[in-house]
Design a protein around this ligand. Structure first.
Ligand SMILES: Cc1cc2nc3c(=O)[nH]c(=O)nc-3n(C[C@H](O)[C@H](O)[C@H](O)COP(=O)(O)O)c2cc1C
Length: 188
């Protein structure tokens, strides 16, 4: 697959085969992703791998609970538009994917959101070359239950920067068109 094809094949996948992802494949993808540029090469990112559908369901349910609580506390919450979806017991924020990688780190590290964003892009492209599909799920970062965070090995006071669900796609959707890039000026 050449690079242009890879960019088109990398789509957000929301329909996964009921087929587990070998742990070694997930580890290989993580090893590719850490080649991403990152500030000072400090590599402050940390990873939690969830490789079990039942666990994914539990995490999804906990995220939904926490999003609903957030909407209740603040009706102006940006998640308000997802309220019906969050109340649907059949909705899984990870779209029933078989695996999840949480990229976590300190919220105090000033460049970590950029570092992990770049890492996530590498991760998703690497997964695509291996026939896997991914979706970055912001809703999956809404995990607040301290017990569950502890069980998942997410260190206290750390932030979930990139929740990436992955699995084998049932199919790869066509690319959603992008707008023309707005180039403000070409100098000279
Ligand atoms: C920061 C970020 C958060 C996202 N959160 C979600 C999400 O919670 N649920 C979801 O289904 N997709 C989520 N997406 C995927 C976007 O919807 C998707 O990338 C966009 O529609 C473009 O489609 P494409 O990835 O196939 O090019 C997220 C993507 C990014 C980069």
């Amino acid at each position: 697959m050449d690079f242009s094809e890879l960019l088109v094949k990398r789509r957000s996948i929301r329909n996964f085969e009921d087929k587990p992802v070998p742990l070694e494949v997930i580890q290989d993808i993580i090893n590719d992703s850490i080649k991403a540029p990152n500030a000072g090469n400090m590599q402050l990112w940390r990873f939690v791998i969830v490789n079990d559908k039942e666990w994914m369901k539990k995490i999804s349910d906990a995220c939904k609970q926490s999003i609903l609580k957030g909407i209740e506390d603040n009706p102006d919450s940006g998640f308000k538009i997802y309220e019906t979806q969050m109340k649907n017991p059949d909705f899984n924020v990870f779209y029933n994917a078989p695996a999840l990688v949480y990229v976590v780190g300190s919220p105090k590290a000033p460049t970590l959101s950029v570092d992990t964003g770049l890492l996530a892009a590498y991760f998703m492209l690497s997964a695509t070359t291996r026939g896997l599909g991914t979706v970055f799920v912001a809703q999956g970062a809404e995990l607040k239950d301290p017990k569950m965070l502890e069980t998942l090995g997410i260190p206290e006071n750390s932030k979930i920067y990139a929740p990436i669900a992955l699995g084998y796609p049932v199919s790869i959707p066509a690319m959603v068109a992008r707008k023309e890039p707005k180039i403000l000026k070409i100098v000279p």
